[in-house]
Ligand binder design. Structure first.
Ligand code: ATP
Ligand code: MG
Length: 651
């Protein structure tokens, strides 16, 4: 990157005040910022006291060996007890914890009391398989209740879990099993995907033929689809045979606050996945607090739904640990948003009266593409807060979300965080912040983040550079599993004493933070740094565009030239005469001539990681006529063939 700061191009003037009734009854008010500013550690100690500890911590942060943090180090607690048992003990055993909706339409309502029994049985079963505190358990499951039971059973016995997303291949699974040295794998015969059963167990069988996976003793298999499954006697065990015969009583043991809770591999948008290690007390403190603050959760009345997969960090923190620690009632849905029809999500919102919805920009843009008339067919009036995570949300997608899903009434909270941060870091508070479409705005109470230039100097309002976190936070990663050096090199060597997030950002005139995408995705055009996010947002602000991905391709005149790939909205013909010129002119008008794409290619799909993020490096390979790089974390590699066939016609 050059020394010149990121171009600060896009201007956004729209503001949305919090609804008065929400503000008046909000869980967290403006005072929290003041309180945390006056005594940051005291603030977090107070949040930690919302949990139930077997031994209350007397220490808050031990930062004597930075950047290796210890939070609440002399405290002891059990995560599963906090997520389940304590709600039952408080008299809320009959409250529904999980409304499960299978893709084929099968449903199951699981109360906190049932959850306690299921988890106790699963914990007893793991113990029978010889799993002890500290042993790693790999979990490779679809979005079914057993995924939650398995995670909480591991937490209950102190066995760190490592979830591998069910869409990953045998190779990806094998690497993760080897890296974590897992002893047991929990999987299923399969799950339902796009109207059909889709097998999972064969990938486990294949992974276990790879060198490095020899330490796996058992494979615990949930029966979901009932399809025939190959079986290795002595190693494979059916969940319904082993778990169902266990006692539903289990006494949770308290673990040290720094006991490892899980390892989770980052999604691999940029390179070899990193095994991010999270621990117990600080993690649970921050996921519970942020879930209560950002979603204003009222456990007696809200119905919360996070559409992520449990295999991603969003699923860990905001399907399992945060909501359940807070005693929430939540929806878990197994399938895809367009099975059997494109209104499935909105049908689920209507059916369960969902009040709080948390999803990703990629899903919002897909719904924009399918058309406004689809959500309009459903009653979405129960919704009161909408959240977004995973990528920068284009202002027009934000507005669409608020208007067509939120009835022009609900706050939209754009939450910035990472696998590494464990919990939300930068986000509006729905009862406090006047929101701005496209901006995550300000660090939450107790969190210190800013934007710095190449020399690590904080940029003034209006400036751009790199997002950094300037103080340790409770749910921070403790290291990269087995590789402290990579932890230091990746996050702590770019700037002294500051956590380098790898994302570009700018501060607007009010000091609000705008995320501009990954630092690797910033383009250099004729001496100007231009963010891919801003050009994409300008394209999405055109009424004919639903989604856009922008890359910088090497160019002899301008260093890099802007190449844009766009998906048009449902009612637009992508071959339409003059469309490309119209879009180029639109970007020039919004951002200035410097940001005008040299080429625009309408495409049917964009390459995405399995968590739904656009993989710009592959588009850069296409734009520069290179052989494609690693495509193993791509959802659908045929997308790239389709895009490449579009190339000759483009100019
Ligand atoms: P890898 O690190 O392996 O390349 P990844 O970064 O995609 O994978 P995650 O930890 O799931 O894996 O994603 C975190 C990243 O997602 C952030 O660093 C940021 O780039 C992006 N992101 C998440 N939420 C937001 C948001 N609200 N606004 C902008 N960007 C976001
Ligand atoms: Mg990352």
């Amino acid at each position: 990157m050059s020394n010149e700061s990121l171009a600060n191009l896009l201007k956004e003037e729209r503001r949305f005040e919090p609804p008065a009734d929400l503000a008046a009854a909000a869980n967290v008010t403006a005072e929290a910022y003041e309180q945390a500013k006056a005594d940051r550690l005291g603030f977090w100690a107070e949040q930690a006291r919302q949990l139930t500890w077997a031994t209350e911590p007397t220490q808050t942060l031990d930062w004597s060996n930075p950047p290796f943090a210890k939070w609440f180090a002399d405290g002891k607690l059990n995560v599963a007890y906090n997520c389940v048992d304590r709600h039952v003990e408080a008299g809320n055993g009959d409250r529904v914890a999980i409304h499960f909706e299978g893709e084929p339409g099968d449903t199951r309502a699981i109360t906190y009391a049932e959850l306690q029994r299921e988890i106790s049985k699963a914990a007893n079963a793991l113990t029978e398989l010889g799993v002890q505190a500290g042993d790693r358990v790999a979990i490779y499951l679809p979005m079914i209740p057993e995924a939650v039971f398995a995670m909480l059973a591991c937490a209950r016995i102190g066995a760190p879990h490592s979830l591998v997303f069910g869409g990953f291949s045998a190779d990806a699974l094998a690497t993760r099993i080897e890296d974590a040295d897992a002893r047991v794998i929990i999987t299923s015969d399969g799950g339902y995907r796009r109207g059909k059963p889709s097998a999972l167990k064969p990938a486990v069988d294949e992974a276990l033929t790879r060198p490095g996976t020899e330490n796996v003793r058992n494979v615990l298999v949930v029966r979901r689809t009932g399809e025939d499954t190959a079986w290795t006697d002595g190693r494979d065990v059916w969940w319904h045979e082993l778990v169902d015969r266990q006692s539903d009583q289990h006494t949770p043991e308290a673990f040290d606050a720094e006991h490892p809770l899980f390892i989770l591999y980052t999604s691999g948008t940029t390179g070899k996945p990193k095994g991010i290690l999270h621990t117990t007390g600080g993690y649970l403190t921050q996921v519970a607090y942020t879930h209560r603050a950002v979603f204003d959760l009222k456990p007696e009345t809200d119905v919360y739904w996070c559409t992520a997969d449990v295999g991603w960090v969003t699923g860990h923190s905001y399907i399992v640990y945060g909501p359940l620690a807070n005693g929430a009632t939540e929806v878990i849905y197994e399938g895809t948003p367009d099975t059997p029809h494109q209104g499935r999500w909105w049908e689920i919102v209507q059916k369960y009266g969902v009040t709080l919805l948390y999803t990703a920009p990629t899903a919002i843009r897909a719904c924009m593409k399918w058309g406004d008339d689809i959500p309009a067919k459903f009653d979405l009036s129960s919704l009161r807060i909408l959240g977004s995570v995973g990528e920068p949300i284009n202002p027009e997608a934000w507005i669409w979300y608020r208007k067509h899903i939120g009835g022009d009434r609900t706050p939209v909270v754009d939450t910035w965080w990472q696998t590494e941060t464990g919990a939300i870091m930068i986000s509006p508070l729905p009862g406090v912040t006047a929101t701005k479409p496209g901006s995550a705005q300000i660090p939450l109470p107790g969190i210190s983040a800013t934007v710095v230039d190449d020399e690590a100097k904080e940029v003034p309002n209006g400036g751009g550079g790199y997002l950094v976190l300037t103080e340790p936070w409770p749910s921070m990663l403790r290291t990269i599993w087995g590789d402290d050096q990579r932890y230091l090199d990746t996050y702590w060597s770019r700037f002294e004493n500051r956590y380098f997030a790898g994302d570009g950002a700018k501060k607007d005139d009010d000091g609000d933070i705008w995320l501009l995408g990954r630092v690797d995705d910033v383009m250099l055009v004729s001496g100007h740094n231009i963010s891919t996010t801003e050009v994409e947002s300008a394209l999405v602000s055109h009424p004919k565009v639903a989604e856009a991905a922008v890359v910088g391709a090497t160019d002899p005149q301008t260093t890099q030239a802007i190449v844009a790939f766009v998906i048009v909205r449902g009612n637009v013909d992508s071959e339409e005469e003059g469309l490309v010129d119209e879009l180029r002119a639109h970007v020039a008008k919004h951002l200035g001539p410097i940001a005008k794409p040299k080429r625009i290619l309408p495409v049917a799909e964009l390459p995405k990681t399995r968590s739904g993020k656009i993989m710009r490096r592959l588009l850069r390979d296409v734009a520069e006529n290179r052989a494609l790089g690693d495509v193993t974390t791509l959802t659908d590699s045929s997308v790239m063939d389709l895009i490449q066939t579009r190339l000759p016609g483009a100019a």
